[in-house]
Each structure stands twice: as structure tokens, then as C-alpha cells.
Design a protein around this ligand. Structure first.
Ligand code: ZN
Length: 188
């Protein structure tokens, strides 16, 4: 991403909305916005396989592993406004596990792009499944969308929930029920 070029575009945007990009408070804004967007869209440029490779460990366990409340910050592709919330990931691996902090990095790889929540949820599920060759994966995500809160329907308190279940989490009702019970349990 060419930050210089993005800064020029933001300067043009400021003019179009009726601002003076040369006034004191805005002089550094185009450069700041360019830096911010470089970060918020860094998922397009992150070396995804490297993140995965460093995150997989051998294990003989094949029980369900759940990581709850992974913070999610992303940008909706329709309005380029943030949506944010949390996601819960569960999987049953065969001989491999994912490091918990690395799982959060995997979610960041996909969240730091222009997204819709449904696709973000499905991409995380698919990638976790492939990374550890899981027999099943479940991802549930709950987010608030600023494009709904600040504009349009102005629904302040609505939370969108999306889920993606693959493998045994899809095919086997008791497995899916165990996952849902565990992610809805009160905090430890
Ligand atoms: Zn939107």
C-alpha cells in the first residue's frame, strides 16, 4: 500500500466534504489516516501461512478445545465503518493444537480487511480446520456494526450473531450442542 498516495486521496476527500485540509487540526490527518488504513487492512499483506506454521503444536489429545472472547475489530465492506465484538472458536483436532495467542493472530489476519461478518466467520472456521486438520470446527461471532448504529436504521443495541460449523460440528448434533453449551457457560 502506497501511504503517500492514500494520504493524497484523503486530502481530496477532506476537500469534498467541505473541509479545509490545510487548517491546523487537519494538516497531519491525511498521513495519519493513511497509516491507520495500512494497519486496519494489513490482513491483505500478512504472511498467513507463516502465522499458521508457528502456531501448530503436536498433541495426542483429541478432545474439544474452545477459546472464547477473542476480540474482533474489522471494517464492513459496504461502508468502510468498523464492526467489532468477539468471537468464540472451538475445534476437535487430531494430533495437533493451535496456540491460543496465535489463534487470535489468525483472526486478525482476516479481520484486518474489508469484510462482512458472515464471511469473516466462515474464513476463520475454514482456516482453523485446515491448520490442524480438525475433525470439526465451530466459530460463533457477535458484533456491533457502526454502520447500523451511526447511520441508516440507527439501531444502537442490535448485535449480529453469525456462526460457521464444519465437519463433526456440522454433522453431529451432540458435538454441536456441547460446543454451544461450553461457549455460553458463565465466565470462569
Ligand atoms: Zn456496513
Amino acid at each position: 500500500m502506497n501511504e503517500q498516495r492514500v494520504a493524497e486521496l484523503i486530502r481530496g476527500l477532506l476537500k469534498e466534504i467541505g473541509e479545509d485540509p490545510d487548517r491546523e487540526g487537519l494538516r497531519k490527518t491525511p498521513a495519519r489516516v493513511a497509516q491507520t488504513f495500512a494497519f486496519l487492512t494489513s490482513g491483505y499483506r500478512s504472511d498467513f501461512k507463516e502465522v499458521i506454521n508457528q502456531a501448530v503444536f503436536q498433541s495426542h489429545a483429541n478432545n474439544m478445545i474452545i477459546i472464547r472472547d477473542i476480540e474482533i475489530y474489522s471494517l464492513c465492506e459496504h461502508h468502510m465503518l468498523p464492526f467489532f465484538g468477539r468471537c468464540h472458536v472451538g475445534y476437535i483436532a487430531t494430533n495437533k493444537v493451535l496456540g491460543a495467542s496465535k489463534l487470535a493472530r489468525i483472526t486478525n489476519c482476516f479481520a484486518r480487511r474489508l469484510q462482512i461478518q458472515e464471511r469473516l466467520t466462515a474464513q476463520i472456521a475454514r482456516e482453523v480446520k485446515d491448520a490442524v486438520n480438525a475433525e470439526g470446527v465451530g466459530v460463533v461471532m457477535e458484533c456491533r456494526h457502526l454502520c447500523m448504529m451511526m447511520r441508516g436504521v440507527e439501531k444502537q443495541n442490535s448485535v449480529m450473531t453469525t456462526s460457521s460449523v464444519l465437519g463433526s460440528f456440522h454433522d453431529d448434533a451432540p458435538t454441536r450442542a456441547e460446543f454451544l453449551t461450553l461457549i455460553n457457560r458463565p465466565q470462569a
